[in-house]
Design a binder for this molecule. Structure first.
Ligand SMILES: Cc1cc2nc3c(=O)[nH]c(=O)nc-3n(C[C@H](O)[C@H](O)[C@H](O)COP(=O)(O)OP(=O)(O)OC[C@H]3O[C@@H](n4cnc5c(N)ncnc54)[C@H](O)[C@@H]3O)c2cc1C
Length: 373
């Protein structure tokens, strides 16, 4: 077979892993959907976030750390290869709380995360700061904010530039990219895999399913769980305003252009990726509560996008036992984990060690016996 890997899905997960494999000298084809596909990678908030990740799964919290440590080198290399500025900043972040109860729950949650592993007890730095103490990190913070958890590990980037840089770097490394090739059938062969698409048939020795929400339908053909469901987010964007030195928050962040990006809503509405007035109103009200100076800012854009959510919210990295050489990758933190996906995860796929290195992330945790021991 000519190609080493077929990757189904050209979102940030598929393209980050493709980057790692191409750098290692592999021959890779990415089969991708079209412009009307569901694409979380083009509708997200761009946070490279660590704090709070991995509650209930210490291995995921550790992975988030690993990714954040790998990000600076990952960005530097991508920027050098492509000449693009990913607008990456790694100066820490703040997750806001609006009342005492929320503040106490947050502190309990983070203490619990720290207590789950010696690594996290050592590495995970955070502090609850009241509104006054947050003023230097978030100038102009409103009185309706109680405080927030500050952590030095968080950052943000322009997620569209990240995706563009991955495309540009991958094409430069010889990627065979096939847009508009919707895969409808995957067939394991004696010595590889075949994908039947709307525009022809493709084969390779190994196959990686990274089709976001599209993975759910294709995964069973490879003996993978593909346990993902859509969870909608809505995002508002303001006009460009004067740049202020401030840290990002999941609720709102100022982008490099000066616009404020407002979000952090999770809705179970199936595959509807529209926007609704009540949620936009709620987001706008909260933004003004956080930064009262935004009361007169004009909103210039809004969109809805669907998260690729696993049942427990943690990443899904699976290697097929039934069809060795087939892998499934899904993550609800594809931006935060991009450096890890391009690095150690791609390596573990290359060495076919994913099933034991990342056993805790496999779909087995969602099987009936795992859920009802
Ligand atoms: C509102 C919102 C905010 C978010 N904020 C953040 C954040 O701040 N930080 C963070 O880390 N993460 C964030 N995320 C999550 C992040 O966007 C996702 O984890 C990431 O984009 C998932 O990438 P993906 O490649 O798995 O999926 P997608 O981007 O959905 O890509 C899947 C690709 O597969 C293709 N495809 C699907 N089916 C087929 C098929 N049958 N054949 C061929 N191709 C197919 C599609 O065309 C698509 O290109 C956010 C998500 C949302 C929705």
């Amino acid at each position: 077979m000519q190609q080493d890997f077929l990757i189904i899905g050209g979102g940030v997960v598929g393209m980050a892993v493709a980057y790692g494999l191409l750098r290692a000298g592999c021959r890779v084809t990415v089969l991708d959907g079209s412009d009307d596909s569901l694409r979380a990678s083009r509708g997200n908030a761009g946070l490279t976030w660590v704090q709070g990740k991995g509650a209930g799964m210490p291995a995921y919290a550790e992975l988030s750390f690993e990714a954040s440590l790998a990000w600076p080198e990952f960005v530097a290399e991508l920027e050098e290869r492509t000449g693009l500025d990913l607008e990456y900043e790694h100066r820490g972040g703040v997750d806001l709380c609006f009342n005492q109860e929320e503040a106490e729950a947050r502190q309990r949650e983070y203490s619990a995360i720290q207590s789950t592993s010696p690594y996290l007890a050592r590495q995970f730095r955070w502090q609850y700061l009241d509104r006054t103490s947050l003023a230097s990190y978030l100038p102009g913070l409103g009185e309706g904010v109680h405080g927030g958890t500050w952590s030095p590990h968080d950052g943000h980037c322009n997620p569209l530039y990240l995706l563009r840089a991955l495309f540009s770097a991958n094409l430069g490394l010889g990627l065979d990219y096939r847009p508009g090739c919707e895969v409808h059938l995957l067939t394991p062969l004696m010595n590889g895999f075949r994908a039947a698409t709307t525009h022809g048939t493709y084969e390779a020795e190994r196959l990686i399913l990274a089709a976001g929400l599209g993975s759910a339908a294709l995964a069973p053909m490879l003996g993978l769980s593909g346990a993902v469901r859509p969870v909608r987010g809505q995002v508002l964007v303001t006009e460009r305003l004067q740049k202020i030195a401030q840290l990002p928050t999941p609720q709102i962040r100022q982008t490099a252009s000066g616009a404020y990006l407002i979000g952090d809503i999770q809705e179970e509405v199936g595959f509807d990726r529209g926007v609704t007035l009540p949620i936009m109103q709620q987001l706008a009200d909260r933004a003004v509560r956080i930064f009262p100076f935004l009361a007169h800012a004009r909103l210039v854009r809004s969109w809805g996008a669907l998260r690729v959510m696993t049942p427990d919210g943690h990443p899904l990295y699976e290697a097929s036992r039934q069809y060795p050489g087939a892998y499934g990758l899904s993550s609800h933190s594809g931006i935060s984990l991009a450096a890890f996906h391009a690095g150690r995860l791609a390596e573990s796929i290359l060495q076919d060690s994913l099933s034991h290195e990342y056993a805790k992330f496999s779909g087995a945790r969602f099987s009936r016996s795992a859920l009802n021991p």
